[in-house]
Design a protein. Sequence first.
Length: 131
Amino acid sequence: DSFPLLNKYVSFDYAVKYIMVHYFNGNCSQCIGALNRRKRYVDSLFNKKIELLFIADAQDTAALNYFLIDLMNFNKIVLWDEKKSFYAFNEKYFIKGENTFLIKSSGDIIIAGDPMIDGKVERKYNKLFNP
C-alpha cells in the first residue's frame, strides 16, 4: 500500500528517506499538544532519520493555527484534510485504529501503527533504524 496523493501536496526532498505520517484530530487541544511530544520522541529515538508530517482533521483551522503557531511555535509540516480525502483514501487503516504510518519518500507504507503506544510497532522501528 502507499500514499501516492501525498506527493501532490508535499515535496519529499528531505535528507532522510523515511517519513512518519501522523493523522490527528485538529479540533482536540490535547491531540495538538501531543504533537511536540511526538516530535521529541521521534528525534530522540531515531536520531533525525525520520521526517515528520502531520495531517489534521479539523473544522476550525483558526484554532488549530493558534495552537500550532502562536502557542507552540510548531515548525513541522501540518496539512489540513479539509474534505477528509486523506481519511477516505486510507479508511481501511483508520478503521483498524491506525493513524500513524512510516512511509518511504515514494509514498510506500513500510509500517502501519504508532510506535509511541504500541511496543510491537516500536520494535519494528528500532529494528529498521537501530539494528
